[in-house]
Design a protein around this ligand. Structure first.
Ligand code: ZN
Length: 114
């Protein structure tokens, strides 16, 4: 599973940021064109998080829309996940994807020890 590998990387990065503290939740930003299946992320998360600082932490995924730059309109246009790379307004073909490939850790909620 592709998503499990991605999450293993996320857990590693979060562990570095947490520095041994317990993590309450992790927020990810995932673009519509990133090739990542959000349901698969949620399914794989308990497995990826098990036994580390992220065990029991909540996974929050923020999905981002995709957008291309249309040179004919001279504007950024939101595209549907399944659209070909063309401007949805004028139909001009463009491969200039401006948003939608993101896969990144947006935030980490570290449990405060008191
Ligand atoms: Zn256009």
């Amino acid at each position: 599973m592709h998503e499990l590998g991605l999450l293993t990387g996320v857990v590693g990065a979060v562990a570095g940021a947490a520095g041994g503290r317990e993590v309450a939740a992790v927020g990810l930003r995932v673009g519509a064109r990133s090739g990542v299946v959000v349901e698969a992320l949620h399914a794989a998360w308990p497995l990826a998080a098990a036994g580390g600082c992220c065990a029991g932490a909540r996974l929050v995924v923020e999905e981002l829309g995709a957008a291309v730059w249309c040179p004919a309109c001279a504007a950024e246009r939101e595209i549907d996940e399944y659209f070909a790379l063309t401007c949805p307004v004028c139909g001009f073909p463009t491969a200039d994807l401006r948003r939608g490939r993101e896969f990144e850790v947006a935030w980490v909620d570290i449990r405060s020890t008191s």
